[in-house]
Write a protein that binds this ligand. Structure first.
Ligand code: SF4
Ligand code: SF4
Length: 148
């Protein structure tokens, strides 16, 4: 008989403890997000793939087509191409391709870009059906990002 009451007591006690924990978390702020409708805000030091930085004055990329990022990249994931328009003194950026499948996020490209024309994006939720989905046209991405 005493075993029955002991079981009853310990069952009620563990139920009360469990309900206490549930109630405690019920009134605490929610830390989960309704992904994909809500996404996390990345910390300032988070490194996503690189992105081109837009020159606010011209609306174009800040890239001067020096090729230093391409040379600095140990994985060979950057291809920069420029063109010299008629009458122009300097080249302008015509294409900037990043093969993100090879990128180790080492940061050497960003460090070696003197005009600060590339930066790390905050993209963390990338998904794609093939490797090609991770070969980015960064000029296109910059324009899409900046369009209203
Ligand atoms: S180092 Fe900077 S300025 Fe030079 S090509 Fe790369 S992104 Fe453009
Ligand atoms: S972060 Fe490193 S590996 Fe990635 S593109 Fe830049 S230099 Fe190449």
């Amino acid at each position: 008989m005493s075993g029955y009451f002991n079981d009853l007591f310990s069952g009620t006690k563990s139920l009360a403890v469990g309900m206490g924990i549930t109630l405690k978390y019920f009134f605490e702020p929610v830390v989960t997000l309704q992904y994909p409708h809500e996404t996390l805000k990345m910390t300032p030091r988070f490194r996503g793939h690189i992105d081109l930085v837009k020159d606010e004055e011209t609306g174009e990329s800040k890239c001067i087509v020096c090729g230093m990022c391409q040379k600095a990249c140990p994985s060979g994931c950057i291809t920069v191409e420029g063109e010299k328009k008629e009458g122009a003194k300097k080249k302008t950026l015509s294409s900037y391709t990043l093969d993100f499948t090879k990128c180790s996020l080492c940061g050497l490209c960003v460090e070696n870009c003197k005009p600060e024309a590339i930066t790390f994006s905050k993209d963390y939720n990338l998904a794609g059906p093939s490797r090609e989905a991770y070969v980015f046209d960064l000029v296109k991405r910059m324009k899409e990002r900046c369009s209203p």
